[in-house]
Design a protein around this ligand. Structure first.
Ligand code: ZN
Length: 247
């Protein structure tokens, strides 16, 4: 994973997607306007934030990626396992994952600890962008997204590349028994849950090749300088935005 400076913003990218016919990236905290985190590029409508500043921050981030606001496809993000197959921009309530094969539609997901998961099939081509917090992971949203790409677009899971972006790591994701026991023993260590491994396991079970699973391995809670973290800031924090578009 790379952090690149574009128009004074720091933008996260995956090297493996750089030579593909896609626009992709995720925002960092750097260089914006925010009431909940002074000077930060908050891209989420969180309590106490200025809607005008979020709008201004979004304009800067979209401009840096050369993406038009009218192209955005925005999921409702309700911590579900639901994946929508879409053909146009717009708001998609009650969904946490979007998949498409239409060029020019920009898939989006907002996070601050939850896992942003990019899925790319270069053969069809088809793209997916998934919001997988612990609840979405329990719903196997990663596996559902791969199956949706196969059913809707004829994707072969052996062609799909998966990229797990910055999110809370196994170092910091402490959970209670009630949550912990919903995860396989391989995804737990003491009172910590490893969402990266949990999602990787679901991708493997859905037929993705181990060599096609790429984990950024950057914990949002361990890197408060770069990322917003819901856990690290006890809920008072902004949101990062991940974008994925077939060009
Ligand atoms: Zn950590």
């Amino acid at each position: 994973m790379l952090l690149e400076r574009v128009d004074s913003l720091l933008i996260g990218r995956f090297a493996g997607l750089d030579d593909e016919p896609v626009i992709h990236g995720f925002s960092t905290r750097h260089r914006g306007k925010s009431r909940v985190d002074s000077g930060a590029l908050n891209l989420g409508d969180v309590p106490e934030e200025s809607a005008a500043w979020v709008n201004e921050n979004q304009t800067r981030f979209l401009r840096a990626l050369e993406v038009g606001p009218e192209s955005l496809a925005v999921p409702g993000q309700v911590h579900s396992g639901k994946v929508a197959c879409i053909e146009e921009a717009g708001f998609f309530p009650e969904t946490d994952g979007l998949i498409t094969r239409i060029s020019g539609v920009t898939l989006s997901v907002k996070t601050a600890d939850c896992v942003p998961l990019f899925l790319w099939d270069p053969e069809v081509p088809a793209a997916g962008l998934i919001h997988a917090g612990w609840r979405g992971t329990v719903h196997n949203i990663a596996g559902r997204a791969v199956r949706s790409m196969a059913e809707s677009f004829g994707c072969s899971s052996s062609h799909i590349q998966a990229y797990i972006g910055p999110s809370i790591g196994p170092c910091c994701f402490t959970v209670g028994d009630e949550v912990g026991r919903r995860f396989a023993p391989e995804c737990r260590e003491g009172d910590k849950v490893n969402l990266w491994i949990a999602n990787a396991r679901q991708l493997l079970e859905a037929g993705i090749s181990p060599s096609h699973i790429h984990i950024a391995g950057l914990c949002t809670a361990c890197h408060p300088y770069w990322f917003f973290s819901h856990r690290a800031r006890q809920g008072r924090t902004g949101r990062m935005l991940a974008l994925f578009q077939i060009v």
